[in-house]
Design a protein around this ligand. Structure first.
Ligand SMILES: Nc1ncnc2c1ncn2[C@@H]1O[C@H](COP(=O)(O)O)[C@@H](OP(=O)(O)O)[C@H]1O
Ligand SMILES: [Mg+2]
Length: 339
């Protein structure tokens, strides 16, 4: 008998691999000195739409009844104003899929991502390019896809085209795909590898937070660097933080490159999105780690498109969880986020 969610796992891997190729092709073609100096976001826009269309088309083929909570919608591609961008996206998609898709099919595929989410039944959640800033800098970004069943993340795939397979050889062998299914462990494989060779990932065994290292966003606007420095000091951490964009941070903790991931609210009004955390969440849990919000409560993926019942994210190897939450609580205390 096939393993639990075997067909979903295979389809999600195929979708993330193809979407990762779309992103890499766009980077090679469109991200230039000029786009970087002009802070031109068009490459990421084209890649975002293209990757969402490719993933949603593959999901529709395999699981036509499953709705999707995706980051993008096709509004900006519609009508005369969107025509040029739309043509680029359609060309890109057709270079990545097996059967050519018409413009309408591409737009419809993108708009399969409008589901409201919730606590019952199955739905997928997709971030076609997580870490858009990292993508534009040629650093870390990820294509993230997860399946949520009755409000619980049951499958997650994170494609990381620029992440070294082995952090001790950071300039070689880039491109990692991390995958986890509930109860089956977390694995990494080479992105775009021939064959299905996979290695099991385990969170680290560091038991004393003093010996831990932590990762956090590159962008100080996404996670407070001041609060993380205070938390590190309280824990006696002396190692420099690993700053990395995207859900690659979850993969880093899941395979022991770092022991802690801190995402500390900068503004009290920001609500985390489910597509930014679902795939990483199960990858950490299945690697033996533990994830919560800043209060130590599990993330609640049943509340719709956002994590409206949680603030911030703390991921650890499990062993240092209690010490980290205590330090987070002491640091954040009753101070207003970002203060
Ligand atoms: N004020 C804020 N606080 C926390 N996260 C934010 C934020 N503003 C945007 N983000 C999210 O942070 C994600 C990137 O996370 P990271 O900093 O870990 O790379 C963004 O995903 P996208 O890049 O998909 O837009 C975006 O959804
Ligand atoms: Mg994102």
């Amino acid at each position: 008998m096939p393993a639990y969610l075997a067909a979903e796992r295979a389809a999600a891997i195929e979708a993330v691999e193809r979407a990762s190729r779309v992103c890499t092709a766009v980077f090679q073609r469109l991200v230039t000195e000029e786009t970087l100096t002009k802070r031109d976001k068009s490459p990421v826009t084209v890649a975002d739409f293209g990757a969402q269309a490719v993933v949603n088309a593959i999901l529709e083929k395999h699981f036509p009844d499953d709705p999707v909570v995706g980051e993008e919608d096709s509004k900006d591609l519609q009508g005369e104003a969107g025509r040029a961008l739309c043509e680029k996206v359609v060309d890109l998609v057709n270079a990545a899929v097996e059967r050519p898709m018409s413009t309408d099919e591409v737009l419809r595929a993108i708009d399969r991502g409008q589901y409201a989410g919730g606590s019952t039944g199955r739905h997928w959640t997709l971030d076609p390019i997580d870490g858009t800033k990292g993508f534009l800098r040629g650093e870390q970004f990820a294509v993230c896809l997860a399946l949520i069943i009755d409000g619980k993340v049951s499958l997650g795939v994170v494609g990381c085209p620029n992440l070294p397979f082995d952090m001790s050889r950071p300039t070689e062998d880039r491109g990692v795909l991390a995958v986890a299914v509930e109860g089956q462990g977390a694995f990494q494989r080479r992105l775009h590898a021939d064959g299905d060779a996979e290695e099991r990932m385990h969170a680290s065994s560091v038991a004393n937070a003093r010996d831990a290292s932590f990762c956090e966003s590159v962008e100080a606007g996404h996670s407070s660097h001041g609060d993380s420095a205070r938390i590190a000091e309280l824990l006696g951490i002396t190692k420099q933080s690993l700053r990395m964009d995207s859900q690659c941070k979850y993969v880093a903790v899941a395979r022991g490159d770092a022991d802690i991931y801190l995402r500390l609210p900068v503004s009290s009004s920001y609500t985390e999105k489910i597509w930014d955390h679902a795939a990483g969440n199960i990858i950490i849990r299945e690697a033996g780690g533990r994830v919560s919000d800043v209060s130590g409560e599990p993330l609640d993926f049943s509340a719709g498109r956002t994590l409206s019942r949680n603030k911030g994210v703390i991921a650890t190897n499990g062993r240092v969880f209690d010490a980290v939450i205590a330090a987070v609580q002491r640091t954040l205390g009753d101070k207003a986020p970002g203060a």
